[in-house]
Design a protein around this ligand. Structure first.
Ligand code: SF4
Ligand code: SF4
Length: 176
């Protein structure tokens, strides 16, 4: 009786093996073959520019505060016209867990996750990226968003009078 059980088990095992031998292979020969990650893939971050070609980052420290592993640091500075920027901006990717909290916290959409997953290095210090390594010459995922046209120093209209802005809500009007 146990022989039949053994034969049955071996047959099922062999059938599984044969079934998979006839299927197309899914193995990707990395690094010769590279996968294209989905657009929302969370790999290393970049710093983007707004549609006017200006740096989006206003050095508000929100990304740094949101980061659970404390791997973002910067120094805020101010231009002659009052616009803030990061004099230096540093991310230590050897600590980063690619959670995306920094990108979620950023009010200006300056910091964004990219699909660049090839950032392995032999020297751990090579994983410390400075502003010049992070800043790209483009707007990233939201090309039309321009923080300074909505709430920066250039905004002169009263609340509710700026492009894409709803008029302010009167909370007393929400009372039953
Ligand atoms: S992805 Fe997460 S861990 Fe990495 S820098 Fe942003 S907040 Fe920090
Ligand atoms: S990247 Fe965004 S959240 Fe971080 S300091 Fe700059 S503007 Fe603020």
């Amino acid at each position: 009786m146990s022989i039949f059980k053994d034969v049955k088990a071996i047959s099922i095992g062999l059938w599984t093996t044969w079934k998979h031998m006839l299927r197309p292979t899914l193995t990707i020969q990395y690094p010769e073959e590279k996968r294209t990650p989905p657009p929302r893939y969370r790999a290393r971050m970049v710093l983007t520019k707004d549609p006017d070609g200006e740096e989006r980052c206003v050095a508000c420290y929100l990304c740094s505060g949101a980061c659970p592993v404390d791997c973002i640091s910067m120094q805020a500075a101010e231009r002659a016209d009052g616009r803030r920027y990061a004099a230096w901006f540093r991310i230590n990717f050897s600590r980063c867990i690619f959670c995306g909290f920094c990108a979620e916290a950023c009010p200006t959409m300056a910091i964004q996750m990219s699909t660049d997953y090839e950032i392995c290095e032999r020297d751990i210090m090579e994983l410390v990226y400075e502003k010049e390594d992070l800043l790209i010459d483009g707007c990233g995922k939201d090309p039309d968003y321009n923080f300074y046209r909505h709430s920066g120093i250039g905004v002169v209209n009263p609340r509710g009078g700026n492009p894409d802005e709803e008029p302010p809500t009167d909370p007393r009007g929400l009372m039953p």
